[in-house]
Design a protein around this ligand. Structure first.
Ligand SMILES: NC(=O)c1ccc[n+]([C@@H]2O[C@H](COP(=O)([O-])OP(=O)(O)OC[C@H]3O[C@@H](n4cnc5c(N)ncnc54)[C@H](OP(=O)(O)O)[C@@H]3O)[C@@H](O)[C@H]2O)c1
Length: 250
């Protein structure tokens, strides 16, 4: 698929991997629309990339998902690529019962429900385009989980499963389904947790994930693990228990 001349909607595109994707897509000659919850981050992104369009949207809320879909397809009927990137990551201690689970942001709605609903909303629109794509950002942790963030890892495992089924269902359409599987990336994502567990390796720059994504689109590689995430993707097939024990030392 061509990496220029597309109209691309990126959820969570004002910071981190989403912004790196916006930057790479703009520089490659695409029209880019990004959404997120924080107006200041969207304005900052627009300041750095004046050509993009921005929209406030909380993807964890169904009414806002529907409104984004209606606005985006009306204002940009040429949209042919949807990037489901918005995500959050939480540490949840199930020994606390329901309290810890309910005390923070809606992780399943943000990481999984939104991605599934946006796919369903946009597929009829995308199927009318000659070339179209849905690009879902999962994680190496969807293949081998870190137990302190159990819901996050489960949502990413579900994203992987969903990509397999969606790719199969859409085989006869113009829509390609890509899964991008990042390793640890140096972004805002759960910075506190990384510091708390003494993780000094901040991960690769988001621009490397963006570059790998553009390569994946151009070369039609539908499941792409970036950097160290490839080790986790392969370990899930060969020796998941050993990999799990390595990731979760006692
Ligand atoms: N960083 C890593 O190590 C890593 C590794 C593997 C996979 N990933 C995945 O990569 C994706 C991007 O994460 P990132 O690392 O780039 O972190 P990030 O910088 O925190 O970016 C996440 C983006 O999602 C947006 N977002 C979060 N909740 C949202 C909501 N309810 N509605 C709309 N937008 C929302 C955030 O903007 P607002 O807060 O303004 O809404 C932010 O722009 C996520 O799916 C993440 O799981 C990251």
């Amino acid at each position: 698929m061509k990496i220029s001349g597309n109209t691309i909607l990126i959820t969570g595109g004002a910071t981190g991997i989403g912004f790196a994707l916006a930057e790479a897509f703009v520089h490659a000659g695409n029209e880019v629309i990004v959404c997120g919850r924080r107006e200041d981050k969207l304005t900052e992104a627009k300041h750095k990339l004046p050509g993009i369009s921005i929209r406030i949207c909380d993807v964890s809320k169904e009414a806002e998902r529907k409104s984004l879909y209606q606005w985006a397809t009306t204002s940009f009927p040429s949209i042919n690529v949807l990037v489901n990137n918005a995500g959050i990551q939480r540490r949840i201690d199930f020994k606390q019962g329901i309290a810890d689970l309910l005390s923070g942001e809606a992780e399943i709605e943000t990481n999984l429900t939104a991605l599934i609903h946006f796919s369903a909303y946009f597929i009829p629109h995308l199927a009318k385009r000659k070339d179209a794509a849905i690009i879902n950002v999962s994680s190496g942790l969807g293949f081998i989980p870190i137990a302190i963030m159990p819901v996050y890892c489960a949502t990413k495992a579900a994203v992987h499963s969903f990509c397999l089924s969606l790719r199969h269902q859409l085989k006869a359409t113009s829509i390609r389904v890509f899964e991008i599987i990042p390793p640890a990336v140096d972004t805002e994502l759960d910075k506190g947790a990384r510091a708390a567990r003494g993780q000094t390796d901040r991960g690769i720059p988001p621009s490397e994930v963006a570059q790998a994504t553009l390569n994946a689109i151009e070369t039609e590689q539908y499941e792409v693990a970036v950097g160290r995430a490839e080790g986790l993707r392969l370990a899930a097939k060969t020796d998941p228990q050993q990999a799990f024990d390595r990731m979760n030392p006692r």
